[in-house]
Design a protein. Structure first.
Lengths: 463, 463
């Protein structure tokens, strides 16, 4: 059953889903993450039946992990008294997350049955949006008066460790004001002289902190930048109201990557797994941008209408429209993905836009020249080999295509690299600059560039 | 100088770069992450001058952090004896990373001056590729015989904690075979009865392990799934040869997101910051895919050549080519980004392809119908309002455009969602399925769909 790597043969367990009691015993012995993988793969009703066969403590271990696909639905499928029992054993950040995924009625029903102090904390935390530090923090952190000795601190930690989400970061409070006075890590504590005062072993520099209002991506950036296991959330009076731990941040980072990838694909972020989403909800997330892009792209039809006379005179020009326009879109898409990431990683700031521009213009010219040469060679080859006859002026047509490629690829690189800056400047998320967005932007201008170049080169001959 | 948030006014410090001695003193008091931000923003020569004014121990703190943009170049700018002194104080994983970014000559010069045992370890680790667990692991982990008592273990940890990268995970070794027998966390150790044996407090289940050969993204997935602070790397004989810690994984995850975003943008991953990359190296990374896409997109020109007779009879059809083709590419790009992420997060497996297909076909039909209606309305409006005259058969043209949109958007959703599966099935990275790749795939087929529908609807009238 257990594979070489310590992971379980999930498939085998899923196949046993009918035997709730037997599977419950097996899963209780597995790592919670493996048990969760099995529960995610069986129908919700069966998953709830399995949970019911386990103790509330084992259930709580599972619900404390972030991996369950539909934890809120599962809690609601449990009998009310068991649901309350499990909720009571969860870390506050998980309690809040579960309640957040219930409708108002379910939330009220479950929340109302929790002990009064838990209820109060949970209701406070529910008020913070989940995209902010306040919405993902936990209130179960380890804090001690800074005047305590190391030996006394270790004793105190030993006693309460079980109920804290992490004990690796210990927050020192001013004995009088109870405000944040410093941070020590459990590692520093272990290495320190037992008779030393906590205040004396804490790092002298001010601890890194966030407020309840800090964006969760910024929290992730700080934790990663300063190599922290947790970051304290403080209020205006420097009282610690909670902490955000590194595992929450990893989850938040994975979610953010998914959102960015979906946005770059040209749609709204789904916010839930693809298969868990209802058909119409998914259509809604996709149709919006698709319509906006469609309406913008209609400008290409309008642009082409104005060139109708040219098109009728030289139908041969239409053959290259998709080729030339897509090349502009592709180079734009490359530039946009580069700049979005560089902005997200803070490698670039808004004021760097001109440095990018003076790099992207020669890049676009070079890439356009490469494609232009390939395009000209292709037309010459087809003409000489007799595969297709582009007419008497085929050299001029080849020249038009080559020159248009240089112009459009350069414009694509410029537009693609500047779009994220422009969005950021206007207060939008630079990650809204999707590949289809850039392609649409470049398509309309691309047509104008193509026909202008054609007019210049072919005037008097074909046009 | 210090801002409300505990972070420094980086700009002010950068402005003082000329005064190496003064700035060195200030930076030595900052959090290493802040000092690094300043060093990254001043010219390399000045950064090296500042480092020289600090102690080797402070230098080591900076080099142990992952944030420096060009750490290898900086080490090479230091005098040889200082460089060796700093290298000696670094964690092995950082030593290896620095050496990896030097050319063979520099690497040999520096490596040769390290103490023999360090040299041996480093040379062994350098043999692993950086994309594998062996290439990012550190050999400074905490291991103890499983027969030791908790009290003795805490004593042992206290003595060596300073030289280990993490002491939060302690690996228990079989007293005879020295193979991995279990894991305890420092937290469990602190909470345990001091007279208990380590073997008795360790979790009974087999610890999660990886081999030196495990892909670093898989390591990240395991650390995140099992909520670990570190994962042990074992060899065939179950001896622990190193550990990968959560902070390395966060860095690896950020890098992986960047690579995926760049690949989805239609290029090779850059592997280094945009501004740090040389112009020609960047062109190389972009030109490859751009040429492949261009050559594939040439098929659109070939396709249009075969429809030249139709085009000459009905130039009006060309007006909608960019509009219709881009819509197919956009819906394909949406579907691809959805599926790439779902595969990366293991929400979907290869065998799920048909479940996606039976979801994407109705999704494509619905989205296509929405765009089709908009397209028909637009043509009717322009015709009725006299903005443009599409000719006597404008209703048939509108119908052609509407039907083509349904067909092409559906085909785009299908092709876009199946492409990552196909790539994975063929052994490629599903993330190579970029937005431009999908758009190109859809463009050629889109033209065929458009002209086929036009032929069916307009035969006998326009065609």
């Amino acid at each position: 059953m257990v594979m070489a790597n310590g992971q379980l043969a999930i498939e085998d367990l899923v196949a046993r889903a009918g035997d709730a009691a037997g599977l419950a015993t097996t899963l209780a012995r597995c790592h919670p993450a493996d048990a969760i993988e099995v529960l995610n793969r069986v129908p919700l009703g069966q998953a709830a039946a399995i949970l019911l066969q386990q103790s509330a403590a084992v259930n709580a271990q599972l619900f404390n992990h972030p991996g369950l696909d539909a934890p809120a639905k599962l809690v609601n499928l449990l009998p009310a008294d068991r649901a309350v029992e499990v909720m009571n054993e969860l870390h506050t950040d998980r309690q809040v997350e579960l309640l957040r995924h219930m409708n108002d009625k379910e939330q009220e029903a479950l929340c109302g049955k929790l002990p009064a102090p838990v209820q109060e904390t949970v209701r406070q935390l529910l008020a913070y949006p989940p995209s902010r530090a306040g919405g993902i923090m936990t209130t179960e952190f380890m804090s001690l008066p800074s005047a305590m000795t190391v030996a006394a601190a270790l004793d105190a930690i030993r006693k309460v460790a079980g109920s804290k989400e992490t004990i690796y970061a210990i927050y020192l409070l001013d004995p009088e004001e109870k405000t944040l006075a410093g941070v020590v890590s459990l590692r520093e504590l272990i290495m320190a002289d037992p008779s030393a005062k906590l205040a004396d072993i804490a790092v002298v520099r001010k601890p890194v902190t966030v407020t309840a209002d800090t964006d969760r991506e910024e929290v992730g950036r700080l934790i990663s930048k300063y190599d922290l296991l947790a970051v304290p959330v403080i209020d205006e009076t420097r009282h610690v109201i909670g902490i955000v731990t590194v595992d929450d941040v990893i989850d938040a980072m994975v979610e953010a990557s998914t959102e960015d990838a979906q946005k770059f694909g040209g749609m709204e972020a789904l916010d839930q797994p693809y298969m868990a989403m209802s058909f119409w909800a998914m259509i809604k997330k996709r149709a919006g941008w698709l319509c906006v892009l469609f309406l913008s792209e209609m400008l290409t039809a309008s642009a082409m209408q104005t060139y109708e006379a040219e098109l009728e005179k030289a139908v041969v020009l239409t053959l290259f429209i998709p080729l030339i326009m897509s090349s502009g879109g592709n180079s734009g898409s490359q530039a946009t993905s580069l700049i979005i990431r560089a902005l997200a990683l803070r490698e670039l700031r808004l004021s760097d836009w001109w440095r990018i521009l003076i790099r992207e213009i020669p890049a676009g010219l070079t890439l356009g020249a490469i494609l232009g040469v390939i395009g000209i060679v292709r037309i010459a080859l087809w003409q000489k080999m007799g595969i297709y006859n582009y007419g008497d002026h085929w050299e001029l047509i080849a020249l038009t295509v080559g020159a248009a490629l240089v112009g459009i690829v350069t414009f694509g690189s410029m537009a693609g690299s500047m779009l994220p800056f422009a969005l950021k400047r206007l207060g939008f998320d630079p990650a809204s600059a999707s590949a289809p967005f850039v392609a649409t932007l470049v398509d309309v201008t691309g047509l104008v560039i193509y026909f202008t170049i054609a007019w210049v080169i072919l005037k008097g001959t074909l046009l």
